[in-house]
Design a protein around this ligand. Structure first.
Ligand SMILES: Cc1cc2nc3c(=O)[nH]c(=O)nc-3n(C[C@H](O)[C@H](O)[C@H](O)COP(=O)(O)OP(=O)(O)OC[C@H]3O[C@@H](n4cnc5c(N)ncnc54)[C@H](O)[C@@H]3O)c2cc1C
Length: 383
């Protein structure tokens, strides 16, 4: 059967991705989710295939490709397993903040390692700070010729496999970002009560402890105190890629339900022949197509460097909601089969819902779009 999902970028590139995902990722998707393990082997294999540093400049060993290609990577990988998708997103996040704000020294030290398979996490959230990161309980203090960091982070995706961390901490100047190798003394992870989430399970979302971690001066990323601007700038990129993950989930749920409805018989008909069921599919297809176009529009915004906050937020808001709706509808269409633990629909639904929260909740995205609109409006004109 011809795919309903024609590539939005270079078809040969997407073909290669689909072949990789079908051969290597799809067979492991259920086990990764069920056992909640970090897929180290797959992530290293994706690096060898050139996907982990696809958008990094060739002088750092990357592919030098645009964000349309990155969106395709996340969409196709997540069609097979959203857990592998989020394993890649924390790797892209670290490269993005280093590329946008890091010193030449940090870029030279770390960027080439991502093409070789370096696994990283992005540690912002704390027990008392999720959406609101204007202040943090993790503190970085200048001591001697460097920094000392103390605090604890929670919900750290990929933390069980990470070899490198981007850590946000509060200094005297404000929120600041640091590049921290995983083997730095004083840095450790543990599995807390919050670590096992019901969706996006790529290993426990660990707690990260910084117990007097000593860093050299040059571990600071960009300007001291400008960490919120850096985090938001980086999120504009990762929100577009997160949206592509949601499209992958939605497509997988749709295809699975359509295949089921095309074979399952009730009242002497295939389930897909009932008009009520066809209307479900028509709505789902239209919603996925619309959200998918928005994701590739957001990818173009990243390439052009224009209106990235608007389109990244719109894409994630829309794609995450569509994925949840489609995954829920897919369960309904498949009846009891849809609810079986051995069927993938529960995983799609859990992954889709978790992405309405992780990486910027739907409410925060709406706030961002609202702020964009107010700035677009300009000051009020007195009648
Ligand atoms: C699967 C998963 C993976 C994650 N991975 C990471 C990671 O790798 N690194 C990391 O740093 N963090 C990670 N997080 C944490 C994630 O970024 C936060 O959960 C998210 O930012 C929301 O914060 P919170 O959960 O503390 O919710 P809160 O900020 O406590 O918000 C609670 C509710 O209030 C709403 N709300 C908050 N402020 C406003 C407002 N101003 N207006 C309207 N509504 C508002 C929220 O949208 C939400 O519905 C992950 C979370 C999940 C679920």
């Amino acid at each position: 059967m011809v795919s309903l999902w024609q590539p939005c970028i270079d078809p040969a590139y997407v073909e290669g991705l689909r072949a990789f995902a079908a051969a290597h990722i799809a067979p492991e998707a259920d086990a990764i989710d069920r056992e909640d393990v970090y897929p180290t082997g797959l992530v290293k294999a994706l690096a060898v295939a050139g996907y982990n540093a696809a958008t990094t400049e060739p002088r750092y060993g990357g592919g030098g490709l645009g964000y349309g290609h990155a969106a395709a990577i996340f969409e196709e990988v997540s069609y097979a397993s959203a857990a592998v998708g989020i394993s890649l997103i924390t790797i892209f996040q670290a490269q993005t903040i280093l590329k946008l704000f890091g010193s030449d020294r940090l870029k030279i030290e770390y960027l080439p390692r991502f093409a070789e398979g370096l696994i990283s996490s992005y540690a912002l959230t704390e027990a008392s700070h999720g959406s609101d990161i204007r202040s943090l309980d993790t503190k970085a203090v200048r001591e001697g010729a460097g920094w000392t960091i103390r605090g604890e982070k929670s919900f750290i995706t990929s933390g069980s496999g990470a070899e490198f961390f981007i850590i946000l901490a509060e200094t005297q100047a404000g929120i600041s970002a640091f590049a921290v190798p995983g083997d730095t003394p004083g840095l450790s992870t543990y599995v807390g009560t919050n670590s096992a989430t019901f969706g996006l399970r790529n290993g426990p979302h660990v707690n990260l402890v910084l117990d007097g971690v000593r860093l050299p001066e040059h571990a600071l990323i960009g300007t001291d105190g400008k960490g919120i601007r850096q985090a938001v700038g980086t999120l504009n990129y990762s929100r577009t890629l997160a949206a592509a993950i949601s499209i992958g989930i939605a497509r997988a749920a749709f295809d699975g339900a359509l295949a089921f409805a095309g074979n399952r018989r009730a009242f002497d008909k295939r389930v897909a022949e009932f008009q009520g069921i066809q209307w479900y599919f028509a709505d789902m297809l239209s919603e996925i197509d619309a959200a998918r176009l928005l994701v590739y529009r957001a990818a173009r915004a990243l390439d052009d460097g224009l209106e990235t906050e608007r389109y990244g937020s719109e894409a994630k808001l829309k794609a995450a909601a569509v994925a949840t709706q489609v995954a829920s509808q897919a369960v309904q269409i498949c009846g009891a089969y849809g609810t079986m633990e051995t069927a993938p629909f529960g995983r799609y639904l859990r992954d889709a819902k978790a992405y309405e929260i992780a990486g910027g909740s739907a409410e925060i995205l709406r706030n961002t779009i609202g702020k964009y609109l107010l700035s677009h409006l300009g000051p009020a004109v007195q009648p």
